[in-house]
Ligand binder design. Structure first.
Ligand SMILES: *Cc1c(COP(=O)(O)O)cnc(C)c1O
Length: 239
């Protein structure tokens, strides 16, 4: 079996190669390790290996319950932490309480103006809560996120909510094996970011690309890619 160090090294090479192919500086892509189901010891090893390999690494948790359980791990690593999964309103308090203890607290999965308002109301900090707006670029009914045709207007409205700062857009690639669809979805998020930015200057980031499609995401301009199994190995090993 591949060790965590081997996996992270392979991932680092893959990201560097994708940057070269895209004519981008290797440091222009940050790497968010998706930590869902992964135990603290493995997260510690992965973050340490990624830092040693020169990656600009952050972590992302999907489930509030796991974010809460891993708060001490993320705090000890002093690693920027994002929430990347859907956030139900009854979990907002728990999520924000955990994020408030961590570096660079960010919610990437904001999908409505009301949700942004609920977050802002409960965020007890002098500094604005950093958010990304999740866009459903593949128009798959099962996916959360704002529809592309509504996105520009909604992102502008979210940016008006006092207490949150829109840092960028996030999407999950198409489930299809047709990689041209994935590229089209990522391109559409990049175009959207470009048009939103004229109205909302803080909206600069693009969080897109998981293990299967991060090379395409880098070619399409991702500033954050979100590998999980590409760093940790199959999730069912530890689930
Ligand atoms: C699980 C997950 C990832 C990582 O997916 P892998 O296939 O493990 O690379 C990235 N982003 C989100 C939102 C996820 O839920």
């Amino acid at each position: 079996m591949q060790s965590i160090n081997d996996r992270v090294a392979a991932l680092t090479d893959r990201i560097a190669e994708a940057c070269v192919r895209a004519g981008r500086a290797p440091g222009s892509v940050r790497v968010l390790l998706a930590t869902k189901t992964q135990p603290p010891a493995l997260i510690d090893s992965a973050v340490t290996a990624a830092r040693a390999g020169g990656l600009d690494v952050l972590v992302g948790e999907n489930r509030v319950q796991e974010l809460v359980a891993k708060t001490a791990t993320f705090a000890a690593l002093d690693v920027e932490t994002h929430l990347i999964g859907p956030l139900q309103s009854n979990k907002i308090n728990a999520a924000l309480r955990a994020l408030a203890q961590l570096r660079g607290p960010t919610v990437e999965s904001v999908a409505s103006v009301d949700q942004a308002k609920a977050l802002a109301q409960r965020w007890q900090s002098e500094t604005d809560l950093a958010v990304f707006v999740q866009v459903n670029t593949s128009a798959e009914a099962a996916k959360s996120g704002i529809a592309v045709h509504d996105a520009q207007r909604t992102v502008a409205q979210i940016a008006q909510v006092p207490g949150v700062e829109v840092r960028g857009l996030m999407t999950i690639g198409a489930r299809s094996d047709d990689l041209s669809l994935t590229a089209r979805a990522f391109d559409s998020l990049c175009d959207l970011r470009d048009s939103v930015r004229a109205q909302v200057p803080t909206c600069t980031q693009l969080s897109m690309g998981m293990t299967r499609d991060l090379d395409i995401a880098i070619a399409c301009g991702a500033t954050i890619v979100r590998p999980g199994i590409g760093a940790f190995g199959p999730r069912d090993l530890h689930a």
